[in-house]
Design a protein around this ligand. Sequence first.
Ligand code: 4HQ
Length: 255
Amino acid sequence: MLFDLVTLFPDLFDSFLRSSLIGKALSGNVLEIRLVNIRDFTSDRHRTADDRPYGGGPGMVLMPSPLARAIESARGNEPDRAESRTVLLSPAGRPFDQSKAIEYAALDRLILVCGRYEGVDERICQTLVDEEISLGDFVLSGGEVPAMAVIEAVARLLPGFMGAAASVNEETFSDGLLEYPQYTRPDSFRGLDVPEVLLSGNHEAINTWRRRMRLRRTYERRPDLLAEAKLTDTDRKFLAMLDSEQEPGAANNKS
Ligand code: 4HQ
């Protein structure tokens, strides 16, 4: 799969692209990443890429012309790639999630446009961008870090990314519940013991405990996920029990 990164700060991707898993995927041809520097498509001697917002207000806006030429340059090489999408990283986009990552992993090519300043000229979104996505409800200085997050989420779904041995475990976001807590040696750490059941060798008891921990965590931390989660009748009974135990205002961290 080919990723084109359209950015004013291509250097920000250096260490990320050399990092072990991404680096291996690049040398193993599972992944190809091209960097397009918006600055290379400016037309004045100062290489200006931003300008003041019409209507006034703080900050600067990415100018449409250099950005348009940069995106078109990315598209221009291998324009015949069958399935391609141009995506702008923006806090005003639709939320990025695992289902989006799965959707992108089926493409031949993803063009990621990283904005800076207060944003990009709206006419870029209207003409050259297929969709806008947000990594969450917070404000960053640019789309580069979100772009790396998208690359990592998508790349690990590509066949061959993690080698033949390890396969992807997407449990959390396939059935819509948070993961159960994990423990490794030693069985006592700073006075905290690994739950007995995990040392019991009783796999049925372990599975029940893990399922309940997933339900409890999701109930406590991300109740919004429960509406979409795949739940059995037993799950619903357990959740109803948690709900009846709830004391208003008191956190419940018991297992
Ligand atoms: N920015 N999810 C502002 C983000 C962001 C986010 C990227 C900051 C775009 C212009 N992007 N620039 N949150 O905060 O994707």
